[in-house]
Structure formats: structure tokens, C-alpha cells
Design a protein. Structure first.
Length: 213
């Protein structure tokens, strides 16, 4: 039996999940303010609850971003430390790509909040992800000339009025789909693991070059 631990960071809290190759076994949440102090104890508790040892974990699936910088770095540093100590493989997951793949609508645009008027974005129609200002993203979306655009991601809360007033055509805002779910991170981790796509060291998405593909 394969076991996986996945760590999701939807901006305000951490979701730490223990799964088998069949389904999620248990999930626990940690406030972002206790991410450094509580992450390892939470992993230990999950393992203890189900009589599983750390060396039985097949891999750690980590959402490497986009997301707030400091907490994201502490999560990734913890995962890298575990890999250094006992060589547990690591799986890198990108929340923009996960959200795009989970949306069935071709004209979906993902917007995740960055800083100020900047956003991380994903456009399903062009398979493009990136980092830009909300004004430039509006221009990019209008150039697609879609009759209807479906917006998801936590950035729509902050920029919804601006989008409503400036996007051509009809705009739909799904406020129930603000970040990729723990289930989707688990499924992505499992898929990549069995495809043999694994890493020995992870980096936050914003440290990579280019920062966003």
C-alpha cells in the first residue's frame, strides 16, 4: 500500500492530508500563524492516528505556489528537510495548473491574489499562467474575445468590481472555487508519483526561473 502526505496552503491556513492510493484518510488544518511550530507535530499526529510510520510514506505532495511568501517557504523547507533526512520523494504541484485542469469551461480564467494590484493568473484557453497587474490581465482576457468568461480564484474577491466594469461580454464569478482543493492536490500528487515525476528538492514557485511558466 502506498501512503501520501500532501500539504495545501490556501493563503489563510494549511491543510495537511494523509492519504492512501485509494482515498484521503484524514485531513487537519493549521492556521498560517502556527505553520512553523505546528506542521511537523501535525504530520506526526496524522501518522500516529493511523499507526503509520514516516518511512512508509511514498511521497510528500506540496503545493509550491502561488501563495504568500513566508509560510510557503517554511512548508517547503520542512519538506526538503524530511527528504534530506530519510529520502522521501517530493512532488511539486502548481495551484494555477490544478485549478485550470479541474475547470470544465474552456473560457476559464484563474486569478490568485498577489500584492496590491498584481495577480497570479491562469488562462485555460491559451494554457498560459503568469504574474501581472490586474489591468494587463483584463486586456489579455478581452483580446480573447469570448462571449462569456468564467472567473475563479481568490483574486476575484478583491478585483470583482473592476472585472465586472471592464471585461467585455458576460462575466461569471465562482466564489465557491477560490483555491485548489485538498482532494485535487492529492489526486495530482498520486498521478505524478505513479508517472515517476518526483523531485529531491523543492523551491517556491516565485523562486523558479521563469517565476511562472
Amino acid at each position: 500500500m502506498h501512503y501520501f502526505i500532501t500539504i495545501q496552503y490556501p493563503y489563510e491556513y494549511l491543510c495537511v492530508t494523509l492519504s492512501s492510493e485509494v482515498a484521503i484518510i484524514e485531513s487537519q488544518t493549521i492556521t498560517k500563524f502556527k505553520a512553523v511550530s505546528k506542521l511537523i507535530p501535525t504530520i506526526q499526529e496524522l501518522l500516529h492516528n493511523h499507526n503509520i510510520h514516516l518511512n512508509e510514506i511514498s511521497c510528500f505532495g506540496i503545493n509550491t505556489g502561488p501563495g504568500p511568501f513566508n509560510t510557503l517557504r517554511s512548508i517547503i523547507a520542512t519538506a526538503n528537510g524530511i527528504n534530506f533526512a530519510i529520502k522521501t520523494p517530493l512532488i511539486e504541484c502548481n495551484s494555477l495548473e490544478i485549478m485550470l485542469s479541474n475547470s470544465l469551461k474552456q473560457s476559464t480564467v484563474v486569478i490568485l491574489d498577489a500584492c496590491g494590484s498584481d495577480v497570479y493568473y491562469g488562462i485555460k484557453q491559451t494554457a498560459q499562467t503568469g504574474y501581472t497587474s490586474i489591468d494587463k490581465l483584463i486586456t489579455m482576457v478581452n483580446n480573447l474575445q469570448n462571449q462569456t468568461t468564467y472567473f475563479i480564484g481568490n483574486g476575484i474577491i478583491k478585483h470583482q468590481d473592476l472585472l465586472k466594469n471592464n471585461i467585455q461580454g458576460i462575466s461569471h464569478f465562482d466564489t465557491n472555487f477560490l483555491f485548489s482543493s485538498a482532494e485535487s492536490l492529492y489526486q495530482t500528487t498520486k498521478q505524478l508519483y505513479f508517472a515517476g515525476i518526483r523531485q529531491e528538492e523543492l523551491y517556491p514557485l516565485y523562486f523558479q526561473s521563469p517565476v511562472i511558466k
